[in-house]
Design a protein around this ligand. Structure first.
Ligand SMILES: Cc1cc2nc3c(=O)[nH]c(=O)nc-3n(C[C@H](O)[C@H](O)[C@H](O)COP(=O)(O)OP(=O)(O)OC[C@H]3O[C@@H](n4cnc5c(N)ncnc54)[C@H](O)[C@@H]3O)c2cc1C
Length: 258
């Protein structure tokens, strides 16, 4: 089968595990902390007292962290979540000034401090490690064949969109195959499959580029870039319609009509 695939590895690994959290407060918030090495640690709520973790870091450090004992692993997670990282005075000054401006216009501010949960334990059997990279097939279809999900495209998990892209492929392919059958054509008709490829590549390629851009943006500690991304986050939080639009895009939904 003649499929062309472009791929690049980030030399980063993603460590996943199921974590035990305190049960005395509702577990309904997803957390994500960006770390100075360009990695991030995300906690995604499962049920009361349990969250799924994705922690990305450079490959060498990942091998060390993935071989820690259970207690040392939990300590390392809490350290990554809670440790006060060195801050740049310039960045603090810029974000404080911007926050004052946001408050002046009575817009939502990000200055309220929220604390992540304390991790109590880890199901060590759930710990696994995956290489992270970017990949895209230049063609998704061939006669009688269609690629969906990670077979067609792979992105960094930093925005948690990998599965949604795959779901979008399946919904679109289902629609295109129904159209083919309704028109009296065969399921493998390349003409119809090409419609699937075009529609999905128009959505997937910009998303892949945005996620790659975000990965690069968070991989540097160069002060002007840190200021720009911090102000960008504050502005996005302050502009509620923009924030709602981005959230709906991330959830694969259309923005709600007011
Ligand atoms: C560390 C990490 C964290 C992630 N976090 C998130 C997240 O928070 N949110 C999100 O949306 N996405 C996340 N993703 C991405 C998400 O996991 C993938 O996008 C998604 O799993 C892709 O689904 P898929 O069915 O296309 O492929 P896969 O999940 O890879 O499934 C393919 C299946 O096919 C099987 N298979 C392969 N070859 C053969 C063969 N020859 N014969 C039979 N079976 C075969 C494989 O064993 C596998 O079970 C993350 C990815 C990683 C690596």
């Amino acid at each position: 089968m003649d499929f062309h695939h472009i791929a690049c590895n980030y030399n980063h690994m993603g460590i996943v595990a199921t974590l035990k959290l305190p049960e005395d407060s509702p577990n309904v918030v997803a957390w994500q902390r960006h770390l100075p090495d360009g990695g991030f640690l995300a906690l995604l709520p499962l049920t009361q007292g349990f969250s799924s973790m994705v922690w990305s870091m450079n490959a060498k450090e990942a091998k060390r962290v993935a071989s820690l004992s259970e207690d040392a692993f939990v300590d390392a997670i809490n350290d990554a979540l809670w440790k006060v990282q060195p801050r740049s005075g310039f960045v603090d000054q810029a974000t404080q000034t911007f926050d004052n401006l946001i408050r002046f216009f009575n817009l939502p501010s990000t200055s309220m401090t929220q604390c992540p949960p304390k991790v109590l334990g880890c199901d060590i059997k759930s710990r696994a490690m995956f290489p992270l990279g970017i990949g895209h097939a230049t063609n998704y279809v061939s006669k009688g064949v269609a690629l969906v999900g990670d077979a067609a495209h792979r992105i960094h998990p930093l925005v948690g969109q990998g599965v949604n892209l795959g779901f979008g492929d399946v919904i679109c392919l289902n629609k295109v195959l129904a159209e083919a059958v309704y028109a009296g054509s065969t399921l493998g008709n390349l003409q119809y499959l090409k419609n699937y490829e075009t529609e999905r590549q128009r959505f997937n390629v910009p998303m892949i580029l945005v996620v790659h851009g975000l990965f690069q943006l968070y991989s540097t500690q160069f002060t002007p870039v840190v200021i720009l991304r911090s102000l960008g986050l504050q502005a996005t939080n302050a502009l509620t319609p923009l924030k709602k639009f981005l959230m709906s895009q991330a959830a694969g939904l259309r923005p709600q009509q007011a």
